[in-house]
Design a protein around this ligand. Structure first.
Ligand SMILES: NC(=O)c1ccc[n+]([C@@H]2O[C@H](COP(=O)([O-])OP(=O)(O)OC[C@H]3O[C@@H](n4cnc5c(N)ncnc54)[C@H](OP(=O)(O)O)[C@@H]3O)[C@@H](O)[C@H]2O)c1
Length: 261
């Protein structure tokens, strides 16, 4: 039976069945640290074989080890730096996944580049290009190259990690915000094109979550103004599992915690 979850309370309160992702194959980008690491571990804990894609092999190996030590399905490591990756590198990835797995049930476009808050007037061409490339272009290329694999699944789900900085055009968030707004648009227009297929695409704003990105943006944030990565995982697992099989073209939002004084 499918479930419609919209509000922050509903998304965070989703009860994740232990075997929600049993037998599924899920690719997570930026899986070596931050939210991506926790998404990868949670997918494995719920039965998925996870492809850990990232740029720092040591970090990916640590995630691999923690999944294996926990007795979850053995993941795969795929080192890839999205900054320098060319189209043929994406094609090589897809060919490898085709050979090893034959399909993909989930793709979480999670990897992100963020340096600091900065006025637009001080944003240099290299800043702009790097943020747009890693945060928008790479998600487009990753999804395009994985389409055949995703179409081979009967539960194909793509998640684009969004941010209110883009949807609300927050001052000083510069090219990061523009890229995130672009991902929301990309997700929705693509979902529209896929309306009569089983493949779905959604974007999810996880709200403020403790991570390197969050520390760079809010070095003095009060501890009650953000969540731990584990707290937002139910929303991501919901979008990957069959309970959301009717959900596509949505932008789901986890609101910031209400701060108690
Ligand atoms: N944290 C928040 O408050 C928040 C709020 C809204 C939305 N989000 C979104 O949630 C997602 C996860 O964010 P996060 O907070 O976990 O960020 P994070 O802590 O900065 O982690 C980013 C991840 O992306 C990887 N990465 C960076 N550049 C890469 C590249 N060139 N190639 C491959 N991988 C690369 C990093 O790898 P390394 O570890 O090797 O550097 C890291 O694993 C992002 O899409 C972000 O926009 C986060």
């Amino acid at each position: 039976m499918s479930l419609t979850l919209n509000s922050t309370e509903e998304l965070l309160g989703y009860t994740v069945a232990k075997d929600l992702l049993a037998g599924q194959v899920i690719l997570v980008t930026g899986a070596g640290s931050g939210l991506g690491r926790e998404i990868a571990r949670a997918c494995a804990a719920h039965g998925a074989t996870v492809i850990l894609l990232g740029r720092t092999i040591k970090k990916l190996e640590m995630v691999y080890d923690s999944i294996v030590a926990a007795g979850h399905p053995e993941p795969a490591i795929y080192p890839m730096n999205l900054e320098g990756a060319a189209w043929n590198n994406y094609e090589e990835l897809a060919a490898t996944l085709q050979t090893e797995f034959g399909r993909l049930d989930g793709l979480v476009n999670n990897a992100v580049h963020f340096e600091s808050l900065k006025p637009m007037a001080e944003t240099t061409p290299p800043d702009w290009m790097k943020h747009l490339h890693i945060n928008l272009n790479a998600s487009l290329f990753m999804t395009q190259v994985c389409l055949g694999l995703l179409n081979a699944s009967d539960n194909g789900s793509v998640i684009f990690m969004s941010d209110s900085a883009g949807a609300q055009a927050k001052p000083f968030w510069g090219p990061y915000a523009v890229a995130k707004a672009g991902l929301d648009c990309l997700s929705q227009l693509w979902a529209g094109e896929l309306r009569n297929t089983g493949l779905r695409m959604n974007s999810l704003d996880p709200g403020p979550v403790k991570s390197k990105l969050h520390e760079l943006a809010y070095p003095a944030a009060a501890s009650n103004s953000f969540r731990q990565p584990q707290e937002v995982l139910p929303a991501i697992l919901y979008l990957l599992g069959r309970d959301s099989e009717h959900v596509s073209g949505k932008r789901l939002v986890i609101e910031a915690p209400t701060q108690q004084v």
